[in-house]
Design a protein around this ligand. Structure first.
Ligand code: 6R9
Length: 652
């Protein structure tokens, strides 16, 4: 962004009050903000006491060497004990922890008592493979219960895990194994994806031929698909069903220091090698546990929670594994894609298990909008009581659609802003407290300090835009980038002195509520105005014919950058329709003002997305500027780019 602050164009007047019954029995009320304001560290100390500590911490925050934080440093605890054993000890062993739904329709129900046995066996197995506290374990698995078991087994013996998305290539896997110097890899023969088995083990075999992966002693392989012809290296490879199954079912968890490393998770970043984000034990678990309890109003005895993310993404770590299980939740774990074998699969799962709280990403909501309102309408979704969104700014129109067509116009929608680096949710409404505004994450959670600043690090007044920053350390903050303290300082703490720079543009509205406006790298400069991609995309999505839009700034001789939009039309709309592009341009002009009218609009069938569902605008900018495409390795489906390029009119 240049010196010009981010324009504030979009006006959204719709408001939704919390449902009275939810507000009356909410886990967290407005008082939490007051308590945290009066004594922030005391507030977090109280949240830490929601966990079971072997040694209760007496210290809260040690910020004597900023930005290297220590939280609850003299406390000791075991994460797996907190997520599993203590619930069994509290008499909840028969409660279902996981309702697993495989993509081919196979199911497994795992109670907390069973989970305790599985995690114990896996912990023994890792120990037998020579894994000791502090050793790193790479996990490359599909969305099956063993992924959750493997993570908890690592946590139980103090071995930091590093999950790598099941869809990543051998190269990406090798880079991550090498950077973390992993000693063991846990994988599967394959997983199911869109009705077909898709192999994983060959990528591990290939990765382990690369330099820098020599320290991997063992590969533990889950049999999921039973596919033939997967390679086998005697002495290195062991089957989970043989090796783990024969281990004892009881295991005594050992407590670790609150600052003991829990996991490393790689985020791609736009340039350079992936960053290994390091999270530790006590602060991380405190914040993910509290935010899961507060933001979803989880009532563990009656709710059925479903987070649709992959465990290989931070959302899966914090809100499939550590947050929900630390709270004793019953949850759904689904292996596959939303449209396999049909476009109502998710809604069928909600109906089948009586899901009460659903947490998903805007990309999935926009896909459901595109497929049509009649699909969710075929299922009974009346069990739902809270809906969450994460991953990208949610366009107000998608938010309203989600509430209406999935939430029956009754459920609060909580738009939760956070990052791999923040570990847990940071900015979000509370469902029993906040009057919500479609498209806005609104307010920092109790105990969290966030604001919007200009280029000179000055807080912007209400009604203006700039950069999102976090102004106080928080319990689940990243501790560093694995092996690279300097990069940690440079990336997050050098742009604004003493403040964490999130890399997102944001604005404060007239009430002081925060609206996220996309990554600052994506902000467009048009005739001297900084315009956010998010606002133009939201204006396009508010047109009844548009389901999804991606907007980029392409170099332009007259205006510095020109707005170029790629749109996916809703079911029924015709891309060839005479005057469609003009109609959409005029609509944006009316919503946001003439400056924001896209110069070009191209209807497309698909948009390039990362595996966590974020639009990759960088690639669209390459297309719009007729360049060769940059790195496409993190794309879900690289054929999407061929499709878009084929649809382009010849270079203009
Ligand atoms: C949890 C997760 C982080 C980036 C973040 C921002 C975007 C996430 C958002 C959101 C607007 C939200 N983001 N949630 N933008 N509103 N509710 O997504 O982590 O994969 O590290 O991505 O995602 O740009 O900076 P991660």
């Amino acid at each position: 962004m240049s010196n010009e602050s981010l324009a504030n164009l979009l006006k959204e007047e719709r408001r939704f009050a919390p449902p009275a019954d939810l507000a009356a029995s909410a886990n967290v009320t407005a008082e939490a903000y007051e308590q945290a304001k009066a004594d922030r560290l005391g507030f977090w100390a109280a949240q830490a006491r929601r966990l079971s500590w072997e040694t209760e911490p007496t210290e809260v925050l040690d910020w004597s060497n900023p930005p290297f934080a220590k939280w609850f440093a003299d406390g000791r605890l075991n994460v797996a004990y907190n997520c599993v054993d203590r619930h069994v000890e509290n008499g909840l062993g028969d409660r279902v922890a996981l309702h697993f739904e495989g993509e081919p329709g196979d199911t497994r129900t795992i109670t907390y008592a069973e989970l305790q046995r599985e995690v114990s066996k896996a912990a023994h197995a890792l120990t037998e493979l020579g894994v000791q506290a502090g050793d790193r374990v790479a996990i490359y698995l599909p969305m099956i219960p063993e992924a959750v078991v493997a993570m908890l087994a690592c946590a139980r013996i103090g071995a930091p895990h590093s999950l790598v998305f099941g869809g990543f290539s051998a190269d990406a896997l090798a880079t991550r194994i090498n950077d973390a110097d992993a000693r063991v890899v846990i994988t599967a023969d394959g997983g199911y994806r869109r009705g077909k088995p898709s192999a994983l083990k060959p990528a591990v075999d290939e990765a382990l031929t690369r330099p820098g992966t020599e320290n991997v002693r063992s590969v533990l392989v889950v049999r999921r698909t039973g596919q033939e012809g997967i390679g086998w290296t005697e002495g290195r490879d062991v089957w989970w069903h043989e090796f783990v199954e024969r281990q004892p079912e009881e295991h005594t968890p050992q407590a670790f220091d609150a600052e003991h490393p829990l996991f490393i998770l790689y985020t791609s970043g736009t340039t350079g090698k992936p960053k290994g984000i390091l999270h530790t034990t006590g602060g991380y678990l405190t914040q993910v546990s509290y935010t899961h309890h507060a933001v979803f109003d989880l009532k563990p005895e009656s709710d059925v929670f479903w987070c649709t993310a992959d465990v290989g993404w931070v959302t899966g770590h914090s809100y499939i594994v550590y947050g929900p299980l630390s709270n004793g939740a019953t949850e759904v774990l689904y292996e596959g894609t939303p449209d396999s074998p049909h476009q109502g699969r998710w809604w069928e799962i909600v109906q089948k298990y009586g899901v009460t709280i659903l947490y998903t990403a805007p990309t999935a909501i926009r896909a459901a909008m595109k497929w049509g309102d009649d699909i969710p309408a075929k299922f009974d979704l009346s069990s739902l009581r809270v809906l969450g969104s994460v991953g990208e700014p949610i366009n107000p129109e998608a938010w309203v659609w989600y509430r209406k067509h999935i939430g029956g116009d009754r459920t609060p929608v909580v738009d939760t802003w956070w990052q791999t680096e923040t570990g847990g949710m940071m900015i979000s409404p509370l469902p029993g407290v906040t009057e919500t505004k479609p498209g806005s994450a609104q307010v920092p959670l109790p105990g969290i300090a966030a604001t919007v600043v200009d280029d000179e690090a000055r807080e912007v007044p209400d009604g203006s835009g700039g950069y999102l920053v976090l102004t106080e350390p928080w319990p689940s903050m990243l501790r560093t980038i694995w092996g690279d303290d300097q990069r940690y300082l440079d990336t997050y703490w050098s742009r604004f002195e003493g403040k964490y720079f999130a890399g997102d543009g944001a604005k404060k509205d007239d009430d002081g509520d925060i609206w996220l406006l996309g990554r600052v790298d994506d902000v467009m400069l048009v005739s001297g105005h900084n315009i956010s991609t998010t606002e133009v995309e939201s204006a396009l999505v508010s047109h009844p014919k548009v389901a999804e839009a991606a907007v980029v700034g392409a170099t332009d001789p007259q205006t510095t950058q020109a707005i170029c939009a790629f749109v996916i039309l809703r079911g029924g709309a015709d891309a060839e329709e005479e005057g469609l592009v003009e109609e959409l341009r005029a609509h944006v002009g009316k919503q946001l003002g003439p400056i924001a009218k896209p110069k070009r609009i191209l209807p497309v069938a698909e948009l390039p997305k990362t595996r966590s569902g974020k639009i990759m605008r960088r690639l669209l900018r390459d297309v719009a500027e007729h360049r060769t495409l940059g790195d496409v390795t993190t794309l879900t489906d690289s054929s999407v780019m061929d499709l878009i390029q084929n649809q382009l009119p010849a270079a203009s």
